[in-house]
Design a protein around this ligand. Structure first.
Ligand SMILES: Cc1cc2nc3c(=O)[nH]c(=O)nc-3n(C[C@H](O)[C@H](O)[C@H](O)COP(=O)(O)OP(=O)(O)OC[C@H]3O[C@@H](n4cnc5c(N)ncnc54)[C@H](O)[C@@H]3O)c2cc1C
Length: 512
């Protein structure tokens, strides 16, 4: 079996940055199921948060992150995130990421729930693309081996220790195994589980399903962030309208063109994402419409076209001049706060297995992510994975007495006439495990997902592997959401609208 010291699964910011850091310490393989640049990272628009501004500090960034996390952030992880941020930004600058500057200084913008301008961006709203292109070019220029169109299908274990990974060549369908000392999952999120989402095709929750099947702990799966503003034009591919548009003064209007956010919260357009997403949904229900509008027609044209060139161009190509017309938007599934449970060194409960990026749960986001903290989290905790591997130390995952360890339950079987297809799964997740949840819908979802789990057949190709992974990941999400009988952060239960102190803890699978 071919051997590498480090095997990275995924080639978004997490896979690429970790690989570049790891090559100083050993041989590195990246396996990625699409082409190197197929990932969510490439679509990140707003930017990357770091407390480097004159009026900012790690303490202020800490405070904003904790506030957004609604009582469930891991304070130690957030402290690490905010203090190590400036050094990790320097790493990106050293790799050549062209952050936007003015008079030689990096320019910072603001986003919802950040108390000061703190968001670095590149190419206006093309931050993710610049990061992905810069890092992938760097990787290409090294001896890091990259296998594109290779899907990780199983984590290989020997006596409870991770020994490698089984992959499938997506073109030939052949399986292959790689042995390694450290297996690092960097497989991204699971937005594709939902009918309306902002994610790339790759976001099928594979890392969660693989890790869970291998015996790794999974946590916080009920916390899925819905982005308030995704372009909603008939016949046009959904496209994210970044938070920064509201940060720069964009106004939300209902279909009657009336500003409505002040009806819901004094913070108006700059309220946290979950509040804005729910307010939009309520407004859509009230006005019997499938969208609201974001209005930037009052902003200077030059600001819109230079600050948001991607959005401007995408809309214009689809017949909409956003400097003159309102932009139709609706909420969509966006970011997974939960994932493979790791400590502040990226370690899972399985020796040899690490996770980083959106597939991991470090605890920095708690119940709700502060905008633009995710790419920063990748850098800070990936770096720490490397520090841990070279230190030769290992640490068990802490067991907090309040946390609730649980197993998937066997729901009462109901008659399920819905066959397992991607479309049915996405509709079920959107309708029953979406922005506003309740016991009845979640019970139905867990029952159907558990029935689908029983129907799963041996996967034969990439699509069937992904569908199976989505069923497992979806079941974990639905079950965690059903268990949590309160509303907190991004998780909203219409039957339990209050936040309850007795629920200030995490739900962790499995129970062992
Ligand atoms: C539209 C959009 C805008 C965003 N804007 C921002 C922003 O402004 N700021 C911010 O901080 N965050 C933003 N985010 C979130 C952020 O982009 C992601 O959280 C982050 O990029 C995740 O990086 P990652 O490397 O973990 O995952 P990804 O970039 O998604 O990469 C995952 C990789 O894993 C591979 N993979 C998955 N499964 C397998 C498998 N089984 N086998 C092999 N390979 C596999 C994929 O092909 C891909 O290469 C945004 C997200 C979206 C969708």
């Amino acid at each position: 079996m071919p051997y590498f010291d480090y095997v990275l699964v995924g080639s978004g910011i997490a896979g690429l940055y970790t690989a570049l850091q790891a090559r100083q310490f050993g041989s590195v393989l990246i396996v990625t199921k699409g082409h190197i640049q197929d990932c969510n990272t490439r679509h990140a628009q707003g930017g990357i948060a770091a407390p480097i501004g004159a009026n900012d500090s790690p303490a202020l960034h800490f405070r904003d992150t904790i506030e957004a996390g609604a009582g469930l952030c891991d304070e130690e992880a957030v402290r690490i995130l905010t203090t190590e941020a400036p050094d990790r930004i320097s790493d990106l600058v050293d790799y050549g990421v062209p952050f936007d500057t003015l008079d030689g200084k990096i320019t910072l913008t603001t986003e919802a729930a950040h108390s000061v301008p703190r968001i670095l961006h590149a190419g206006g709203d093309a931050t993710g693309e610049h990061i992905e292109v810069t890092l992938s070019n760097r990787v290409r220029a090294t001896d890091i081996k990259v296998l594109e169109q290779y899907l990780a299908t199983d984590i290989l274990l020997e006596d409870g220790i991770v020994k490698g990974v089984r992959v499938m060549d997506c073109v030939s369908g052949f399986a292959e195994e790689f042995e390694c000392k450290y297996l690092i999952l960097a497989t991204g999120g699971g937005g594709k589980l939902f009918k309306f989402n902002t994610n790339s095709e790759i976001a099928t929750g594979d890392g969660i399903a693989l890790a869970y099947q291998a015996g790794a702990q999974i946590t916080d799966m009920e916390f899925l962030q819905f982005h308030p503003t995704c372009l909603n034009m008939p016949g046009v591919e959904p496209f994210l309208i970044t938070e920064a548009v509201r940060g720069e003064g964009g106004i939300l209007r209902n279909v009657e063109k009336r500003r409505f956010m002040l009806d819901y919260t004094p913070e108006a357009e700059l309220a946290p994402r979950d509040v804005v997403a729910r307010s939009i949904l309520y407004e859509m229900i009230k006005t019997k419409s499938d969208h609201v509008y974001i209005d930037v027609t009052h902003l200077p044209r030059s600001l819109t076209t230079t600050r948001f060139p991607h959005i401007y161009r995408y809309c214009l190509d689809n017949g909409l001049d956003i400097t003159k017309e309102l932009v139709p938007v609706a909420p969509a599934a966006h970011y997974m706060m939960g994932g493979v449970r790791v400590n502040t060194w990226g370690e899972t409960n399985l020796p040899g297995l690490f996770a980083t990026g959106e597939t991991a749960c470090t605890g920095v986001h708690g119940a709700n992510r502060l905008a633009s903290n995710s790419m920063l989290e990748v850098l800070v905790f990936s770096k720490r994975i490397l520090e841990r591997t070279i230190s030769g130390k290992a640490e068990k995952l802490a067991v907090k007495p309040a946390d609730r360890y649980t197993s998937l339950r066997a729901p009462k079987t109901r008659i399920n006439n819905m066959p397992l297809t991607l479309k049915n799964l996405q509709s079920l997740m959107w309708d029953k495990v979406g922005i506003i949840r309740n016991k009845e819908g979640l019970t139905e979802a867990t029952s159907i997902l558990s029935d689908w789990q029983k129907q799963i057949i041996a996967p034969v190709d990439k699509a069937t592997h992904e569908l199976n992974n989505m069923v497992t990941t979806g079941r974990l999400m639905a079950e965690a959401a059903l268990l949590r009988e309160e509303s907190r952060g991004a998780h909203f239960r219409s039957d339990f609208p209050a936040t309850l102190e007795k629920w200030q803890h995490h739900v962790i699978f499995p129970s062992k």
